[in-house]
Every structure is written in C-alpha cells, then in structure tokens.
Design a binder for this molecule. Structure first.
Ligand code: PLP
Length: 499
C-alpha cells in the first residue's frame, strides 16, 4: 500500500509516512485505497483477543512491515501489564440501545494510549527500514492527553526522544501533573504561553522549517510527529471500531451486516476519522455522530458546509476538545472531493489566509448523509454526567458526557433507532473535579484539592480510583520549562542542550 498527500503530492510507503508524519507539501498522508474487510472476517474478529484483531487490521495497511513485526508490536503494546482490562477496549452496555466503548484502560487513562502505546514500535521499525541513523525526535502539541500518552509511549525507547508542548492554562490539574512528573531520560515537557491552537500551529511551523531541521540534523536528530496527523496514530484507532462491532456480533446484539452508529467526542477529528476509515473498509456504519463542546466549529461545519475559525475560543470542562482547527478533517475533505488534492490545497490556503472555506452544496449533502454534528456546553455536560450516573449507574468523564448529551439530541431530532456505540475517551478520574460536580453539585468541589476530589468521587460512585491517579501526588515534578508562542524552536534546542 502506498500513501499520498491530501494536497496532491508524494507517494511513499507506510513506514515512510509514519516516519515523516506530515507530507513535504504540508498535507497529510492518506492510503492509496481502503482495503475491504469481509463480513466473515469481521465475525471472526469476535473470537480473537485484541492484539490479534489489531494484527488483522494493521497488516492491511502496513505492507512494508512483516507479520512477525506487527505481531510482536501489538502484543507488546496491548499487553495486560499496560492495560487494566483484559479486553483492552471493553464494550459495556449503557441502556437498551447504547453501548460504551471504553478506550481509557491504558497507562495514561485516555484513548490516546490506544495509538501511542503502539506508535513507538512502529516508529523504531520505520526508522530501521529507511536506514535512519539519527535520533528520531518526536515533537508533540497537546491539548492535555496526547502529551502524557506520547511521553509514556516513547519514554526510554532507544533511538528516540519526545518533547511535548502544552498550553500553560489549558489543561486539567491531573493532566498537568501527569506530564510534569514524567520520568525517563529522553522526555521533555514545555508549557507554552498560549492556547492549544497556538501550540499546534507552532509545532507545525517547526516541522515546515528547513532551518530548524538543519539545526536538529547538526545535533544528530530528525523530527517526527506523534500528533494525530501521523498515519501511525490513525491506523491503530481503526481497530477498535471493528473490535466493538465484532463484540456486538458475538453477543448477538446485532446480526452480520446490520448497521450501527458511533457517537464520538471530537476535537482534532482523529478518532472519528478512524471510524470513517472503518466504514470505507466495509464496517456497516449508518451514522457517525460528531460531538463537540462549546467550541463547535465542526457542528457548524456539518450544518452549513462552511468551516470558519472566526469565533471566540472557549476553555471548557472537556479541554481535550478545545480546538478550532481540526487537522484531521483535511483527510475527510480529500475523500469528499473524490481525492482532489488541488482543491484541498486551495481550501487549506484559504483557511490559513482568511480563516474559513466552504465546501459547496453537493459536497455538503454528501457529508451530511454520513455525519451528524452536535454540541453540548459545560452545563449540559455536567447535567449529562449526573443523569447517566442516576439513570444508568454509569460514571463518565466530561468528554464522554459531551458525546452522550449530543447522542440524546440526535435521537430526539431523528428518531433513529439504530444501536449506537458511545465512544468513551477518558477515565472519569482524569477529570475528577468536574465529574464530581456532575454527580454531587459544583458547590461540593469548591473546597477540595484535586486528590480530595478523586477520593470523594470514589466514595460516592464506588468506581475504583486507578493507581495512576493515586500515586500522582507523591511523584516529584521533573519538568518546569515554559516558553512564549514564538519561542518554541529555541525552547526545544535549550532542552537538548540541558541534557
Ligand atoms: C484527544 C481527545 C479527544 C478528541 O479526539 P480527536 O481525535 O482529537 O478528535 C476527546 N476526548 C479525549 C479525552 C481526548 O483525549
């Protein structure tokens, strides 16, 4: 399988796409085609353990990797000593027509682990396949969860380093503590005095800068990306859509070929795009419900066909979705234009220069036939946490609650009876203060420090607190660097000079 850029150029192998992260023309790598998975094969997946399911799906795309290489990587990444549920991505019943796909059982308690536990293996293999001798230096911009997941994935992996930028005031207490206490000799964490979009734009500029590449090269390093624009992040996410469908089949909830919906809390559009890829590969998906928080640029896009960043940026209680420029949408646009790289490039230029683009009526109709966008503000989000806890006895985090609230709205608007999988992206303990507020009222949390919130949440809900949260306060803070939005490149070089 070869890979092309969404902006028209290049034809590279899977390992090259993973190593480079972003195409030289600024576009994102997309597979030349979508391999089909038969309904028979989908049923078979239900009898396999998760690593084997991953092997089946990944090998369709990673053609320049051997079966043995992929097998070794998925068994190491999705092992019981890294995930606290043997199913890895367990599917749990929520109400009579809804199931929750829990993607937060990895080491950092958010769905990013599903990809970032695997990516380091793919990166090291890709470097070897392409004769890369330099250190592979991962640069990441994070809205909270990617950072810690990347740090944990790459920590002390030989031949790599991992540098994370996070928005100084844009992440939760637990998210920040998780990152700044990270161990390992090759990890760096830098707070940017700006929001997530500033950090993401800054990282993209470093990737595009030949001057910065030369400076890195002089230090024996080559840049690579672990952000969700990297195809190596995307493809492991395709797996769990097949996995959850196979689980529904083997539990006789649905029969082979019958459609399901997925409702996905969305920020950078990586998770839901993987669902779309699964659909293209033959997974029977009816609707993809795209849930946003108050930063509802995608909701408006699916309603109108106009993508516009002319709006105020809000900090919300679902910070990992506080995004105005959803990078992975570019891959969907590529499909919406029948793979017209020229047109995608024009739109992306217009977006950069004027802050908006419009896809036109025909393409908008096509998008609306597959996607449905909705949003929930913080008040609705907390109310949904309380409602699900009382009505269904299920404790969900703020991001999942955004999706749950949007699913409620979708059903009211469409009367669609299709069984729906609600994708749960974080442990409630990652956002304990807000989850506690959702089930006990905001006034309950005011006097409590972050750890006390977790303890109170455990007491009230009976859901056990993960060990990763319990130990957090005892870990020493190892990373204190900060930088201005314009000074990210220098901050990286300073970190490397420090060690
Ligand atoms: C990253 C993240 C999201 C958004 O996922 P995208 O792939 O960026 O759309 C949602 N919820 C949580 C908890 C996350 O960490």
């Amino acid at each position: 399988m070869s890979f092309f850029s969404t902006r028209g150029g290049s034809c590279v192998t899977a390992s090259q796409a993973i190593l480079r992260g972003i195409a030289p023309d600024g576009g994102l790598y997309v597979p030349a085609m979508f391999p089909l998975v038969s309904s028979g094969k989908i049923s078979e997946l239900g009898q396999m353990p998760y690593p084997k399911r991953a092997l089946e799906i990944l090998s369709l795309y990673l053609e320049d990797f051997s079966q043995a290489e992929i097998s070794e990587a998925v068994h190491a990444a999705y092992s019981p000593d890294r995930f606290d549920d043997p199913a890895i991505a367990p599917l749990k019943p929520l109400d009579e027509s809804t199931w929750v796909l829990e993607l937060f059982h990895g080491p950092t308690l958010a769905f990013k682990d599903m990809a970032l536990q695997l990516l380091p293996y793919l990166t090291v293999l890709s470097a070897r396949k392409n004769g890369e001798k330099r250190e592979v230096s991962i640069l990441v911009a994070t809205s909270g969860d990617t950072g810690k997941a990347a740090l944990e994935g790459f920590r002390d992996v030989p031949g790599t380093s991992c540098t994370v930028f996070y928005p100084l005031d844009g992440v939760s207490d637990v998210q920040r503590l998780q990152m700044v206490t990270t161990g390992g000799k090759n990890t760096h964490v830098i707070a940017v005095k700006g929001n997530f979009d500033d950090a993401q734009t800054g990282v993209k500029e470093l990737f595009a800068s030949s001057e910065f590449a030369e400076k890195m090269d002089a230090r024996g390093k080559v840049l690579s990306s672990a952000n969700s624009i990297n195809f190596g992040r995307l493809v492991p996410q395709v797996v769990y859509y097949f996995s959850s469908y196979a689980d529904l089949l083997s539990r006789h909830v649905i029969s082979s070929g019958s459609p399901v919906n997925f409702c996905v809390p969305t920020g950078n559009f990586g998770n839901i795009l993987a669902a779309y890829y699964a659909r293209q590969m033959g997974l029977p998906i009816n609707r993809l419900i795209c849930a946003s928080n108050r930063n509802k640029v995608l909701t408006d896009f699916f309603a109108s066909g106009l993508y516009s960043t002319h709006r105020v940026f809000f900090k919300t209680k679902s910070p990992s979705m506080d995004i105005l420029v959803s990078s992975n949408l570019e891959r969907l646009l590529f499909e919406a234009t029948d793979r017209d790289g020229e047109l995608v490039r024009t739109w992306m230029r217009t977006l950069k220069e004027c802050g908006s683009y419009s896809v036109g009526d025909q393409r908008h109709d096509w998008l609306e036939s597959i996607f449905w966008g909705g949003c929930a503000n913080d008040i609705e989000t907390l109310a949904e946490i309380g409602r699900r806890f009382r009505m269904d006895g299920y404790l969900m985090d703020t991001h999942t609650a955004v999706a749950s609230s949007v699913l409620r709205e979708y059903r009211a608007a469409t009367n669609d009876p299709t069984p729906t999988v609600l994708v749960s992206t974080a442990s409630p303990y990652k956002f304990a203060r807000d989850v506690l507020a959702g089930i006990a009222g905001e006034e309950k949390t005011a006097q409590l420090d972050p750890f006390a919130c977790s303890e109170e949440l455990e007491r009230l809900s009976g859901v056990p607190m993960p060990d990763q949260v319990r130990v957090l306060l005892d870990l020493p803070i190892r990373h204190t660097a900060q930088c201005e939005v314009g000074g990210m490149g220098d901050a990286v070089l300073k970190e490397f000079a420090r060690i």
